[in-house]
Design a protein around this ligand. Structure first.
Ligand code: C5P
Length: 223
């Protein structure tokens, strides 16, 4: 069905992992493929939205018709997102942002010396929380990658981050969907409601989640 559910709505999405450099050749990364965020960008575009995608390093092509901004580190992703929130009606944070980054990046490749090497890591900015804390802010959707008690953690995250909606999926051993997978199942909650999106391709899950986000966005931004 050619729904133009989000016609005229500007959607900003962050996707993929971040890479935190240790030295000129090494980094700390994670297993995020970016597939969920890219699928959401395509689904929002198909729903008629004007989409901007801020992406960490992934092996995916930029979706057609989506303004794609490539970044590497959590700090770069934070800056790229914050520079674009002014023009956004909806922000969806799907990126697997590193929570910690090396305190200093070595200028030259670190050599093997002793049996142990210590790295000091410092906290990165929380992008989702920063967007949710803005005075004039978009409708904010966060993701939660948990390995158990998904519903409890999703509700807690909604409050802790000050988001309007949180979508949680089970990842890790034995879980049916999530990182590096083509399928996903989501538990979605907001203040005053919740819903389960059962296991489906990330393309289909993205379509359903965009519909849900549009419903909640309009519920809070009309009359
Ligand atoms: O805090 P936690 O990583 O569990 O929360 C996940 C959500 O917060 C995701 O939406 C993720 O994109 C976002 N996040 C962020 N900046 C961080 C860490 C997480 O935007 N530094």
């Amino acid at each position: 069905a050619a729904e133009r559910l989000l016609s005229g709505i500007r959607v900003l999405i962050s996707a993929g992992p971040t890479r935190e450099p240790i030295d000129p050749v090494r980094f700390i990364g994670n297993r995020s493929s970016g597939k969920m965020g890219y699928a959401l960008a395509a689904a929002a575009r198909n729903a008629g939205a004007e989409v901007t995608l801020v992406s960490g390093p992934v092996a995916l092509d930029a979706p057609a018709g989506v303004e794609t901004v490539r970044v590497e580190t959590a700090a770069e992703m934070h800056a790229a997102v914050m520079a674009r929130t002014g023009g956004a009606d909806i922000y969806i944070g799907t990126a697997a942002v590193a929570d910690y980054t090396p305190g200093r990046v070595a200028d030259t490749k670190i050599k093997k010396h002793g049996e142990q090497l210590e790295l000091t890591l410092i906290r990165t900015p929380d992008i989702l929380r920063s967007v949710a804390a803005l005075a004039d802010r978009p409708f904010v959707v966060g993701f939660a990658a948990e390995t158990g008690e998904v519903e409890t953690y999703a509700r807690a995250k909604l409050e802790a981050k000050g988001a309007d909606m949180v979508a949680a999926n089970e990842v890790g051993s034995g879980a049916p969907g999530g990182f590096e997978r083509d399928e996903n199942a989501l538990f979605v909650c907001w203040r005053g409601g919740e819903c389960h999106l059962p296991l489906a391709s990330k393309t289909e899950i993205a379509r359903r989640l965009i519909r849900l986000i549009a419903d909640r966005y309009y519920a809070e931004n009309t009359d």
